[in-house]
Design a protein around this ligand. Structure first.
Ligand code: GAP
Length: 434
């Protein structure tokens, strides 16, 4: 884990936020490679959840949201964690994250004292004010999940799209939770990005769709390169369920510190639509014109986090091996998840090679994300590309000027193939196929 955190910083995936001021409370910034990888994670999710389906449409709801939403959804009352204080060192903790002594007392993780206060509910929502006046009427919340934006737009979407259950709305965006103890790098932060689908189904079909989405989402992680033995699906016990859920299963990943949630799949029943219908006085139902039936759909929700998915992909991909007697670090990322798919590398900085190298780059840039590197010896440039997970390196050498061909090097096998430039796009496309 330490090695990966080091690599993330050194190679520009993730930087501690406000680092020049000593950092800021477990917040992180995404650097040049982190941005590319996060975009690819979101694109892979969007492709399988929206692009490849007829019945799912996109949505992008506001982050800044009315207290009425959170009152109706139950978040103002229920979205809490049990907060305790250590009376000795004054640190604050989530009670359920503290170890207990043999006689059942909570023990402080900082000073080992067992003089801990009673737990009290701490609401995780960030509160702010919309507009220049800071009074009760101006209170707004930063959304703690993207989901409510789907429910309050249910009638809008039905009016604009000809959809009948089962259908879904998909959204990717930032959410905010005032976590008591953020940590484990980007695993738990106060500002994070979610990828959520709300899938509206006829009530009687909800168990079947819950099973469908558990399987579908589990397989998605396998498809993008996480080994099966690093993944498990864990069904929640009744006492663990959120206030809105009739059943939840988590896709969990075997992180270096133990199993942790990547994604939750919940059967939210008709809880949210009914709650918003009651609070707003609006009709939030589906009317089937062919059968004359009217009902409130039930909702199956697969909800994933971008940063946790990135972390899992990075941990699963991180390997070290030896090439020609030299140790190397390789990120064996899926080609569509890696920050760059191709690196174009002129063998030498000499002017003679640069015009052709730039032509090759211009051929590939419309196809996929390319790096272009003319610094240092070619061996060191290959190592760098291996370390950031670039699946293909395209080398332009002096022979290329004569034979109009380039060398394509494979990250995982290091095998090299000579490819005519006029076939390069086709070869790259077939090697990167979804
Ligand atoms: N709408 C349902 C919902 O928000 P959740 O299990 O609380 O469910 C879904 O969140 C996903 O969002 C989690 O599986 C995780 O990947 C991500 N997530 C939640 N809290 C997070 C945090 N504090 N930091 C990073 N990711 C988080």
């Amino acid at each position: 884990m330490e090695e990966l955190v080091r690599l993330c910083k050194a190679r520009g995936f993730v930087f501690p936020s406000a680092e020049i001021y000593g950092g800021f409370r477990s917040t992180y910034d995404y650097g040049p490679l982190g941005v590319l990888m996060a975009r690819n994670v979101k694109e892979a999710w969007w492709r399988s959840m929206v692009q490849m389906r007829r019945e799912v449409v996109g949505l992008d709801a506001a982050i800044l949201s009315s207290p009425k939403i959170w009152e109706a959804s139950g978040h103002l009352k229920n979205f809490t964690d049990p907060l305790v204080d250590c009376r000795s060192c004054k640190q604050r903790w989530r009670a359920d994250q503290l170890p207990t002594t043999e006689d059942g007392k909570l023990k402080c993780l900082n000073c080992a004292s067992t003089d801990i206060t009673e737990a009290r509910p701490f609401n995780l929502m960030f509160k702010t004010f919309a507009g220049p006046v800071e009074d009760d009427g101006a209170v707004a919340y930063l959304r703690p999940e993207t989901a409510q934006g789907h429910f309050v737009n249910f009638a809008n979407v039905l009016q604009t799209e000809h959809l009948r259950p089962p259908f879904g709305t998909a959204q990717i965006g930032k959410s905010f939770r005032n976590e008591i103890t953020p940590g484990n790098f980007v695993f738990r932060t106060r500002e994070f990005e979610q990828m959520e689908l709300e899938y509206f189904v006829p009530p009687a079909d909800s168990p079947r769709w819950f099973e469908y989405w558990c399987k579908e989402r589990f397989e998605w992680y396998l498809r993008f390169g996480i080994p099966r033995e690093m993944l498990r699906l864990r069904h929640h016990a009744a006492e663990e369920l959120s206030h809105y859920s009739a059943g939840t299963a988590d896709v969990e990943f075997d992180f270096p510190w133990g199993w942790g949630e990547l994604e939750g799949i919940a059967n939210r029943t008709d809880f949210d639509l009914k709650a918003h219908a009651e609070a707003s006085g609006q009709v939030l139902e589906y009317f089937d014109q062919t059968t004359g039936e009217r009902y409130v759909p039930h909702v199956i929700e697969p909800a994933a986090g971008v940063a946790r998915t990135m972390m899992a992909f990075l941990i699963a991909a991180y390997t070290t091996d030896e090439v020609a007697g030299e140790a190397r670090t390789v990120l064996r990322l899926h080609p569509r998840i890696a920050p760059y798919q191709v690196a174009v590398l002129p063998l030498s900085k000499k002017d003679t090679l640069l015009p052709l190298s730039e032509e090759v780059l211009a051929l590939l840039q419309p196809v996929t994300m390319c790096d272009y590197d003319v610094t240092r010896a070619i061996g060191r440039r290959y190592r760098r590309q291996d370390e950031i997970g670039t699946p293909l390196c395209v080398t332009v050498d002096f022979e290329s000027l004569e034979d109009k061909a380039v060398t394509v090097r494979d990250r995982d096998t290091t095998a090299q193939e000579r490819v005519p430039i006029d076939r390069l796009v086709e070869v790259v496309q077939s090697r990167l196929a979804w």
